[in-house]
Design a protein around this ligand. Structure first.
Ligand SMILES: [Zn+2]
Length: 326
């Protein structure tokens, strides 16, 4: 992940004092945080959730962070606000405004479909989505418990109708328990049926199903839309082979309600097992008609009176702490 040219050029505008504060934050991150997994390290998740919960705090006194981290964040935030925040905030609002229209038009319908397809409740009502200038290498990621997507508003792949898919893709990460369990059950059954020829599946087959589902749900509603994974070559680069074809044949009937979830996954595993020698293995609409997601934009560190909130996602635009995968 790299800074865009405009953001990078702003670095030379920092005063000596600002540069010292900024470099201290960068060094702290490099020394103590960068090696941690932003998605699976519970400490990182805790930092993220606490900072989000404290977005209106003046001094972060009420949250449990190491004092050196807290002090560093507060100083870096001042620099960030002075040099980057105004433009990032504007860009985030522009992104929210355009995707908000799409969520208002298609959100409830997609939400209902996801709840039926994955046979679980909508994770939270509304789901908080943070819209930020920079998220991670993939342009978006979601932490669970609670389900909180973070989406880059400047990533070129997250623009236009694709933004709608990303919103519901990311939220779907909090709805995959029955799919992962169903795949596990189907795989064990397949193993039991042929103990002498073990089968292995891609570890992220559930994520392929997720990608296919959210992409199709948007394509079904928006004429001419090409799903993210197709447009960005994921089926070629990440999951080469027949995966997409088999998912479409075996999983899609479940999306329309013609086949049960467990039946579709069992068929998927069975068909992939026979073709994978190269393998490694009802949304409740509130009476208030609130949208299924809520937008927010703000700084990670407090004291910013210009912070704005928007129905839709929660957007913490521009954090000075690390973000984590798609
Ligand atoms: Zn994903």
């Amino acid at each position: 992940m790299t800074l865009n040219k405009t953001d990078e050029e702003e670095l030379v505008q920092l005063s000596e004092e600002e540069r010292a504060a900024w470099n201290t934050a960068v060094s702290y991150y490099a020394d103590w945080l960068v090696q941690k997994d932003l998605l699976f390290d519970r400490g990182m998740e805790s930092i993220k959730n606490q900072l989000e919960n404290a977005e209106t705090s003046i001094d972060l006194t009420e949250i449990q962070l190491p004092s050196d981290l807290k002090s560093m964040l507060l100083k870096a935030a001042l620099v960030y606000r002075r040099h980057w925040w105004a433009r990032h905030d504007t860009e985030n609002h522009q992104w929210i405004t355009q995707v908000q229209v799409l969520v208002a038009q298609y959100g409830f319908s997609i939400c209902d479909s996801l709840v039926k397809i994955y046979e679980v409740q909508w994770p939270e009502y509304p789901v908080r989505v943070d819209a930020v200038a920079y998220a991670n290498w993939s342009g978006a990621y979601t932490t669970l418990y609670p389900t909180r997507p973070t989406i880059s508003t400047t990533d070129t792949a997250n623009q236009g109708i694709a933004a709608l898919e990303i919103v519901f893709h990311e939220t779907s990460h909090g709805m995959m328990n029955k799919v992962t369990n169903g795949l596990d059950t189907a795989e064990k059954a397949a193993h039991a049926g042929s103990p002498n020829s073990p089968i292995h599946f891609r570890r992220d087959l559930w994520h392929e199903v997720l990608f296919y589902t959210s992409g199709e749900l948007v394509a079904e509603r928006v004429s001419g839309y090409t799903p993210y994974a197709d447009k960005n070559g994921l089926w070629m680069r990440a999951w080469p082979g027949r995966d997409r074809t088999v998912i479409e044949r075996d999983w899609k009937p479940h999306m329309s309600g013609a086949v049960s979830l467990s039946g579709a996954l069992a068929k998927l595993v069975e068909d992939l097992a026979s073709t994978t020698s190269n393998w490694q293995g009802k949304c409740t609409v509130s009476p208030l008609s609130r949208l299924p997601v809520v937008w927010r934009t703000g700084t990670v560190a407090p004291g910013d009176s210009s912070e704005a909130r928007h129905e839709g996602f929660s957007v913490l635009s521009n954090r000075s702490y690390p973000s984590a995968a798609f």
